[in-house]
Design a protein around this ligand. Sequence first.
Ligand SMILES: *Cc1c(COP(=O)(O)O)cnc(C)c1O
Length: 853
Amino acid sequence: MYLVGKINVISTLPEKFKRLNDIAYNLWWTWNSEAIDLYREIDLELWQKVDKNPVRFLQEVSQKKLQAKLSDEEYLSRLDKVVASFDSYMSEKNTWFSQNHSELTDKKVAYFSAEYGLSEVLPIYSGGLGVLSGDHCKSASDLGIPFTAIGLFYKQGYFSQRINRDGWQETCFNDLNISQLPMLPALNANGEQVRISITFAGRTVYAIVWKVQIGRINLYLMDTDVAENSPADRSLTSRLYGGDQETRIQQEIFLGIGGIRVLDAIGIQANVFHMNEGHSSFMGLELIRKLINERHLNFNEAMEVVANSSIFTTHTPVPAGNDVFPLFMMDKYFGDFWGQLGLSRYDFLELGLKNPEDQNFNMTVLALTLAGRKNGVSKLHGAVSRKIFGDVWPEVPEDDVPITYVTNGIHTLTWLSPKIKALYDKYLDRDWQKKIYSEETFANVNSIPDEELWATHVELKNKLITFIRNRLKKQKLANGESMEAVRQVDNFLDPNALTIGFARRFATYKRANLIFRNLARIQKILNDPERPMQIIFAGKAHPADGPAHDVIKNINDIAKMEGFYGKVILLENYNMTVARNLVQGVDVWMNNPRRPLEASGTSGQKVCINGVINFSILDGWWCEGYNGENGWIIGDESEFDNENIQDNTDSESIYDTLEHKIIPLYYNVNENGIPTEWVRFMKNSISSLSWNYSTDRMVKEYTGSMYVPAITGNSKICDDNYSLARSMCGFRSHLNSNWHNVQLFAEKSAGDLKYYKTDSCQEIYLSTTVCLGYIDPSNVIVEVYYGTLSNGKIENAQTAEMHCDEKTGEGTYRYSINLKIFDGGEYGYTFRITPKHEHLINRFDTGLIKWIR
Ligand SMILES: *Cc1c(COP(=O)(O)O)cnc(C)c1O
């Protein structure tokens, strides 16, 4: 039909409802279910039609329905309560941060991430990384961190997934309608929408900036869809992880370099810059360029400043997973840039090369080189990162590689079912929501009566089953399946059967179909007449990941087979809405990645707060979270060289644990039909995990170990016209130019030293002669490095600083120590020297280290 024109009718809200509009534009509603209720109650049908989007809801709601609510006293009083709670949240001055760091409330942390999973309404995330960024922002708001987030606006978001009749994934992209999003133009001091530009590869590209309010903090998103840009540039930011490497490098230039320009254009002076994953690491280069340009520092001085103010979080446990760009592409986009830093092409490229022969510029290496503080996202991932990035610091032993860890968490109130929240409101301390990070908060979970917790869980499980059936029917109708096939969906899933959930991105290392490795055995488990089981799958495969598509197809085929039909379910289009329903409604959450490739994993953290129990490989966060009584493990901590053997061992472990532990526990019910031992596991899981794997704990930890030290470091380094930056450069260059003369000598002990441990512990005298040349002893640390011997190598190394006894000649000194070793065994030891300076963030970062030869 020919459209003559469009008419946009915008409802005007009665005065009473104006505040609902303020709340619609602040994602605070995403973690305050009482606010969500206020919209959906006005018109449930419309609420579902607009995909639970409050902004769009208010645009389309009928005036009549609003009027009707105006006479509902009970509704109006709840409205007042929600508005009051929103206002008091927004104006709260007494936050965790202000209580603990009152002197730093005027500082600012800028956080950079390529994706943000805040709500399904704003689908600019692909999976765990994005959801983590979103949850990080929400907790930063809750804790009162002075915080601003930076990202890109992807007009077409990430793709929507369809699984066709044959079981193949199809991707579709739709333009988001900006006027319906919880997003407003970011305005500058003149009240105009902020706009930035970047010149690269011989042209200038512009972007406008949008503002998303997340409680007390803002997220700014860049969007290149503006009239001044060429059609190709207008679509530069249209898709998350879309396009080729050219698109990717340009998006990352915007994220990193553009992000800094956005902060400037808005007038935000950040003290700390947090790169969440390597996509934004060009940011450091822009900071350096500005310091050189505006503050007249040289490159090394600027590096010093940037190191002190920047933080890098890596999420990738495999070298191949890192973002890299071929050098010719770096030439194309940065050919004009290195000159501005006073660098040669070679010195510039070296910032991102893992080794000098590399032909790819590595964004992770760049971030590791520039950021002064670096971390992985679980204890195990920290260790894996130290191993795989060890070659950035040759000579530094793995344990000392300067990458620490902060284990991921989830934003509790975002993922918590309102029904379980009501139980916590009833049985936990009144202000439990303000102390989610504290262990004591959840200790009272044991006072929730078993019947009540179980009944709530059963209710949520039934709700999930209805949700799944509805989606499956739509899925089948869209695929043109017969009415009979659609009708059969009503018999899918048994509310009484043990229900396993498995949902995450379909990356092959996550091994979604591992449980089908022995089809006969799993079929028997699923079909036990007394104790049946069922499994729900969901997940998207990256469009370019062929093997992952095969996994989807494989699960889809199995789900159609006799003995699996109606018991193995594959839901399409995994997103935050599907995730929320699943993590609140299944009995067990299964995760079986190929260890140690799961950096952290967070979906398992979303389930524990809802009384769902984890069954997982000892990888990522579960390696720390599992305590023997709060869930189950698959396999053990073994490492495998052979993937086939690993898959066999792990799948056998899945079957054994299901058959001997999980299923018997679930079906062991008392006279009232309550599986009391199971409920005990649920409670253990809630009380031992909820607080620790929350982003409240995580952001608190980032604040304590990263943000506050970086704020302090940054203010010291900038003080007095960067005098510390200059003197640190002097220190480094003095050490760099004299380090080749540094040597250690020790007389090899004639035979093995033999000591007897006694109660009082005998001291072992060790000494070494050190040649420092022009370096002063106050500028180095001399250490004994020792540990038990295994195959001639030192294991479980420990160090102890040695004392400088005397000057034995020009530039040479004698160092010694009286070492105490408490445990018997065969030990090896050696000596080493590293730099020492009170303002070095991490002495191993300098790469300067000398061992005895
Ligand atoms: C939480 C979440 C993830 C992360 O899941 P993992 O199991 O940690 O990989 C991915 N996608 C969505 C939609 C999520 O909500």
